[in-house]
Design a protein around this ligand. Structure first.
Ligand code: ZN
Length: 289
């Protein structure tokens, strides 16, 4: 029996061509791999859940893969599999949100001194790099100023403006975009098909929309929907489960607004509030009505 895996992990793209919405970034990185024009540091920025660390891992995989083809990793060799499983001896991942101090960067400095054990390159993937302390940034800058031939940094962040300019100027910058609703809904549709879950179009759209540009979030909502609705996801059930106000409610509110009927509207709001509607979802819903 295989252990349950959340969709975001189970269906994490393993090739550039499987990554949604980030064609500019994936194509540029593939070209760099094919033409062997590799920089020592890359900065991937963008909102949460859009594929920053996924792209970083695919890049590391392709560069260390002996069977690399057209800039894509083979995903079958030992090196590729070890990176997928997170145990490749030359690929290090650091979450700067919880490892933000000078000692953590010193550990990178020490590890960076040695040649890669297996592959041609040694990678440090630093997530949420903007969280590092000033001292840690200074230590990182020292490595970036004179990186050994085999060393590659892939820095990822949701807040690029918080990274010192001295660091940014040494990186190739790749801004990632929010994922379009249509692409999120296609991705969820594929997963549903794989998992043999029946899901109607309205539910797909709702889940994609709630993901708010983050594929990972939409996949999480899908997992919850499956655990609640079982192998048939119906809009009516899903809407109740997620406590999403009905279209009719938006219509009524819009009507009260256009009539300038503040009294009715307030009564209506307090009624909705009593029913426990999630206000955040409600506001984003009414903004798009
Ligand atoms: Zn491979």
């Amino acid at each position: 029996m295989s252990a349950y895996k959340v969709s975001a992990r189970k269906y994490r793209p393993q090739k550039f061509s499987d990554v949604s919405s980030q064609e500019f970034v994936t194509q540029t990185l593939k070209n760099a791999i094919i033409s062997k024009k590799i920089a020592h540091s890359y900065l991937l920025s963008g909102p949460r859940g859009v594929g920053k660390t996924t792209i970083a891992r695919i890049f590391a995989k392709a560069l260390n893969c002996p069977n690399m083809k057209d800039g894509e990793p083979c995903n079958k060799c030992d090196s590729c599999l070890e990176i997928t499983n997170g145990n490749h001896p030359d690929v290090f991942e650091l979450d700067a949100a919880s490892n933000r101090g000078i000692d953590d960067v010193r550990a990178i400095q020490d590890a960076a001194k040695f040649f890669p054990i297996k592959g041609k390159y040694k990678f440090f993937i630093v997530d949420e790099v903007h969280m590092l302390t000033q001292q840690a940034f200074n230590a990182l800058l020292k490595i970036l100023e004179e990186p050994p031939e085999y060393l590659i940094f892939i820095l990822a962040t949701t807040n690029p403006e918080k990274i010192p300019a001295t660091i940014v100027s040494r990186c190739q910058r790749f801004p990632l975009v929010r994922i379009k609703i249509k692409e999120i809904s296609e991705n969820i549709k594929e997963i549903a098909k794989e998992e043999k879950i029946k899901i109607d179009d309205e539910s797909l759209f709702l889940i994609a929309k709630l993901g708010d540009g983050a594929l990972r979030d939409a996949q999480g909502i899908f997992d919850m929907a499956v655990s609640f609705c079982g192998d048939k996801i119906k809009y009516e059930e899903l809407k109740n489960f997620l406590n999403i106000p009905d279209k009719e409610i938006y219509f009524n509110i819009s009507k009260y607004i256009s009539e300038g009927n503040a009294k009715e509207m307030l009564t209506y709001f307090s009624k909705l509030n009593e029913q426990g509607f999630d206000l955040q979802t409600f506001y984003s819903g009414i903004m798009s009505t």
